[in-house]
Write a protein that binds this ligand. Structure first.
Ligand code: LRH
Ligand code: MN
Length: 432
């Protein structure tokens, strides 16, 4: 039923061979430059090798908009084929062994088989995600007017039960976290009572939180609009923080980079949630306008760096408790999802390593001396350092690819997949 990937370790090593000497030369040159700055390049390679970000199962197929979805040939047709593709992403970039599943899109009647299938490919399951923003065939009650905050207690119960199913399935798969994003809201003034809607939502969350397995965390994901276009129940980080605090110690806020209004300072929200001890995780992506779900680092790489600057500052000063869960959440409308996930994971490692280049002593001195120009220059010095040789060296030492996209394209994996996976006719709009 399922094939092993053509992107094998041997294939990658053979593709790397002609480029090793040049990489070593570039790495040595960078290492000497960094040594002059008092930075140990080897330590950064180890940090890069340890960096982990989960892949969204729903990002392995082609994404779309309400206007259209253009399926890429050989796109995965079920969760097993999504794991096949996730294995390729992991083999090439060596940072993404975790897969975040979305129910019911990834529902299977044999969790043990799925867990074994993932394990055999060096993969594990990261946060589960519930879906009460779509109606499923045969679903008794509609989520048209909401789910966990719906005025009808029966609809809320149905949505709660779905989340409990996610916890149960997740336990069988070895997951240890659950992410709740709801699209609940209103399109017109007066449609919803803002305070009562939030009370109903929090009441529903309390029931889900009460069923959370002992060693799990729950992530609450805010979003300022869409699918509702006037008011959204869980609209911003403040409301998310309030709910996480009301729920308990294992509830946290999750920051999806695309879920904020234009010009919002997202890195400052990250610093706040760290300071308040409620930063649970991220959905990394990028955007120009709304929740565009573009590839991480493709539009605002400096913002991504500034977010990691806050995370590394907290990491080095020992605040913030359990490290946040890093996940990608992107919609690949015009690129090969495997290529986008590989390059996006590398852009995250890049921002993380660059954030470790910041001379924090100098920065603190410029901040205390109110020298804004030199404070900014200190950050820019790190951001403008090309750490590519460190990232590639980390991948090679982990049996990954120096040039992952070239290796992927020369493997013919997508062509093989399109031969093995005849396209299935599907309504062609939206994400999945
Ligand atoms: C909502 C969201 C959420 C997912 C969905 C696929 O915009 O970011 O995280 O459930 O995308
Ligand atoms: Mn998201």
């Amino acid at each position: 039923m399922h094939n092993r990937v053509s992107v094998t370790d041997t294939f990658i090593q053979e593709a790397n061979a002609p480029h090793i000497a040049a990489l070593e030369e570039d790495y040595d040159h960078l290492a000497r430059q960094l040594a002059r700055r008092g930075v140990d390049a080897e330590a950064l390679v180890e940090r890069a090798m340890a960096f982990r970000v989960a892949v969204p199962s729903w990002g392995l197929g082609s994404g779309g908009t309400r206007f259209a979805r253009f399926a890429i040939p050989g796109e995965p047709r079920n969760v097993f084929e999504k794991l096949e593709d996730a294995e390729v992403v992991c083999k090439l970039a060596r940072s993404t062994p975790g897969i975040s599943l979305h129910l019911p899109w990834d529902r299977t009647d044999n969790s043990a088989e799925l867990r074994a299938f993932a394990k055999a490919r060096g993969l594990f399951f990261d946060s589960m995600n519930s879906n009460t923003f779509q109606d499923q065939p045969g679903q008794p009650l509609s989520y048209k007017f909401g789910s966990l905050s719906h005025t009808d207690p029966d609809v809320r119960r149905q949505a709660i039960d779905h989340n409990l199913e996610c916890l149960e399935t997740g336990q069988a798969l070895g997951a240890r976290a659950h992410t709740v994003w709801i699209g609940d809201g209103g399109n017109f003034p007066g449609q919803q009572h803002f305070r009562r809607a939030l009370e109903r939502y929090l009441d529903s969350l309390k029931t889900i939180y009460g069923a959370l397995p002992g060693d799990w965390r729950m992530f609450i994901e805010h979003k300022f609009y869409e699918p509702a276009f006037y008011s959204t129940v869980l609209n911003d980080w403040g409301t998310s923080y309030y709910c996480a605090r009301e729920l308990g110690d294992r509830a946290f806020s999750l920051v999806d980079l695309g879920h904020h209004g234009p010009n919002v300072n997202v890195e400052m929200i990250v610093a706040r949630l760290i300071q308040f001890g409620k930063l649970g995780g991220f959905h990394f992506n990028d955007s120009h306008y709304g929740d565009d779900d573009l590839d991480a680092g493709s539009v605002k790489p400096f913002q991504l760096f500034l977010i990691f600057n806050e995370l590394v500052d907290a990491e080095l000063s020992g605040v913030g408790g359990v490290p946040p869960a890093y996940m990608l959440d992107q919609s690949h409308n015009v690129t090969d999802p495997i290529e986008s996930l590989v390059t996006s994971s590398i852009e995250l490692v890049r921002a993380y390593v660059q954030a470790h280049l910041v001379d924090r002593e100098a920065l603190a001195a410029y901040q205390d001396a109110n020298d804004p120009l030199m404070a900014l220059q200190t950050l820019k010095h790190a951001f403008t350092t090309d750490v590519t040789p460190i990232l590639a060296t980390a991948r090679v030492r982990a049996s990954g690819a120096i040039d992952p996209i070239a290796v992927y394209r020369s493997s013919g994996y997508r062509r093989h997949a399109s031969e093995r996976r005849p396209a299935e006719a599907r309504s062609s709009a939206g994400i999945v």
